[in-house]
Design a protein around this ligand. Structure first.
Ligand code: FPP
Length: 246
């Protein structure tokens, strides 16, 4: 996160930003295709966009930014595309390790880390170790992540605890959340999907129960702090009732 974007308030100064924003990174491939470039070029620009948006979120006071970078289903993509995404993620984490120490940023990978290449697993261990030392803005990168997979794993871990003697009726919604990859992280108030598709694609199925959704046709590599301000402004226009009445 070496970017020095210093726009502290942007166009959303009238509003406090949500505590937690989640984003589905989408549209990298189309962005590249429109320019006659290989899809992987879109991912390279997309990872720089993430750097800019994470810096902006930190500057305006967002506490958590969670992005969907690689799903449990993305392994089906061509081998060279998967390899490039893994390489970009390694490069990003390598660079982040220096800057997060300097800027006191926490970084967490959410997903089945054991299924990632060994080099990435080692980088995740290192970022976890650094993050444990700091409080402050936290970037969560979902890698080898699937919402259903997360729920099944949580249920299996809970079942194992019951087998070890834990009372099954002890569990409530808050307690179940502690079995998820996102344990300890508040639910996102705002979920943004650039790229024009209007679906959730197996992302944060439990955590988004009451999130406000914001969809835009802007492709992820073209996403800017101004686009984020628009999403935040729209979020503030929403009437959040949580199933109740006002
Ligand atoms: C979706 O666009 C994007 C991905 C599956 C990969 C996202 C990964 C990165 C940006 C690399 C590094 C990320 C970080 C956080 C450092 P798509 O390929 O599905 O686009 P399309 O719908 O236009 O084909």
């Amino acid at each position: 996160m070496a970017d020095t974007t210093d726009n502290k308030t942007g166009g959303a100064e009238a509003y406090a930003p949500p505590r937690h924003i989640a984003i589905i990174l989408d549209g990298n491939g189309r962005w590249a295709k429109r320019r006659g470039l290989p899809r992987t070029a879109g991912h390279a620009v997309g990872s720089e966009t993430f750097r800019k948006i994470a810096t902006y979120c930190k500057n305006i006071g967002v506490e958590y930014l969670t992005v969907y970078a690689f799903s449990t289903e993305n392994w089906k993509r061509p081998e060279d595309e998967v390899r490039t995404i893994m390489r970009l993620l390694s490069k990003y984490l390598h660079e982040a390790i220096d800057t997060m120490e300097r800027d006191h940023i926490k970084m967490k990978v959410l997903g089945n880390v054991a299924g990632l290449p060994e080099e990435l697993q080692a980088l995740v261990r290192k970022t976890d170790e650094i993050s444990a030392r700091y409080e402050g803005f936290q970037a969560n990168i979902c890698l080898n992540y699937g919402g259903r997979d997360e729920l099944v794993r949580a249920a299996m871990r809970y079942a194992a605890d019951v087998k070890d003697g834990r009372a099954p009726e002890e569990i409530g919604e808050a307690e179940f959340g502690n079995y998820l990859y996102s344990a300890g992280i508040p639910d996102p108030e705002l979920l943004i999907r650039p790229g024009g598709e209007v679906r959730i694609s197996n992302f944060l199925l439990w955590q988004c129960a009451y999130s406000e959704f914001y969809f835009t046709d802007v492709l992820w590599p073209d996403f800017t702090p101004e686009e984020l301000d628009k999403a935040i402004a729209e979020y503030h226009r929403r009437d959040r009732r949580y199933g109740g009445v006002k």
